[in-house]
Ligand binder design. Structure first.
Ligand SMILES: Cc1cc2nc3c(=O)[nH]c(=O)nc-3n(C[C@H](O)[C@H](O)[C@H](O)COP(=O)(O)O)c2cc1C
Length: 336
């Protein structure tokens, strides 16, 4: 069975990608993912906040140098202890990229078009074959318009694209008035791939302790329906590749995303739940399914059940909605 595929011009041995997660916090973790068979690994993110902290620390050092004897510079009290996040990240990236044969993609996570975006070049120089840009932005300020949110995404992408030669993917949230148009704008601005979707970690309220609880929940299979719908709608309509992210648990989920039109399928929750070795289960299951269905290559599967070209996409979705409600015999649930 030939599972090999292309993602943003990168040759992958198969379309399963380990998305950004704590599993890639160490070189051993990245090696385990590679040994389990994934086609590529996206490293956990380097955050804009970590880069801002490093810039502030550097400014303090320069200031200290100005105001004290040259001798005191050698003490560098602020650098004592742990290495700053960005340097640690680049070191991990460099070691991980040389430890495994598969492509290692670096991840930058931020919300403002600040100077931090130039850091992408350092990632490229450290061995990243591509950069994934996670614009983790939930516009809580009700005065911020939708267009402003979109403009911010485009600006950050353009800054990063201007800094590197390697491909750049944008990991998107599903919360746009017109997700399709946002995807087209990013495509036109040069995104090499779109990762659909990012998953916000919403804090919750504990009614017993009367407190707000931060929490990271793992996804469930049903959450894959939203990204899958968008992948089916966007397949073949953009130059950018499409990466599916959210809700993969079983081999069928991989098959369903590919049928919808995904170029690659990412997973984090299933690997956190069952261990990195679960990647082997997913891939073996995909091969078995392809064999059963008579597919020889991933290319034969991809997009087979995407929304057909030339169809009215909105009408297609609306028709599916109406048919589904009729099939469910909604009268049983009361008048809407
Ligand atoms: C514990 C944890 C840590 C994560 N860390 C990152 C991160 O550093 N950067 C990022 O872009 N996404 C991060 N994610 C999001 C995942 O990459 C992924 O997009 C999301 O979990 C949805 O995919 P899944 O359903 O396969 O888990 C994290 C998710 C979890 C559960």
């Amino acid at each position: 069975m030939d599972l090999s595929t292309d993602y943003m011009g990168l040759a992958l041995r198969n379309p399963l990608v380990a998305s950004a997660s704590p599993l890639s916090h160490t070189v051993d973790g990245v090696r385990r993912l590679a040994d389990a068979g994934v086609g590529a690994v996206v490293l956990h993110s380097l955050f804009e906040e970590e880069l801002a902290e490093e810039a502030a620390r550097n400014a303090r050092l320069v200031e200290a140098g100005r105001n004290s004897f040259a001798e005191s510079l050698s003490y560098f009290p602020e650098t004592a202890g742990e290495e700053p996040g960005p340097r640690r990240y680049l070191s991990l990236l460099e070691r991980a990229a040389s430890a495994v044969e598969i492509p290692v993609i670096a991840s930058l996570n931020g919300v403002t078009p600040g100077g931090w975006t130039g850091y992408a070049r350092a990632m490229q120089d450290a061995g990243a074959v591509a950069i994934e840009l996670n614009v983790y932005y939930l516009p809580g300020d009700p005065n911020v318009s939708g267009r402003e949110v979109e403009r911010r995404h485009i600006e950050i992408l353009q800054l990063v694209k201007g800094a590197v030669r390697v491909p750049v993917a944008v990991k998107l949230s599903p919360y746009f008035s017109s997700t399709g148009e946002m995807a087209r704008q990013l495509d036109a601005a040069g995104a090499d791939a779109l990762v659909l979707f990012n998953r916000f970690l919403h804090p919750d309220i504990d009614p017993e302790s009367l407190s707000v609880q931060p929490g990271i929940g793992l996804s469930t299979r049903t959450e894959a329906r939203l990204p899958r719908t968008w992948i089916a709608l966007l397949h073949g309509r953009l130059n950018a590749a499409l990466a599916a992210s959210t809700g993969v648990e079983e081999p069928d989920d991989l098959a369903m995303y590919l049928l919808a039109g995904a170029d690659v399928v990412m997973t984090t929750s299933s690997l956190l739940r069952h261990g990195s070795e679960h990647a082997t289960v997913l891939l073996d299951g995909l091969s078995a399914w392809m064999g059963r269905k008579g597919f020889g290559t991933v290319g034969e599967v991809r997009g087979k059940l995407a929304v057909p070209h030339g169809s009215d996409e909105a009408a297609h979705e609306r028709a599916g909605y109406v048919t589904a409600l009729r099939a469910a015999n909604v009268s049983a649930y009361g008048p809407w």
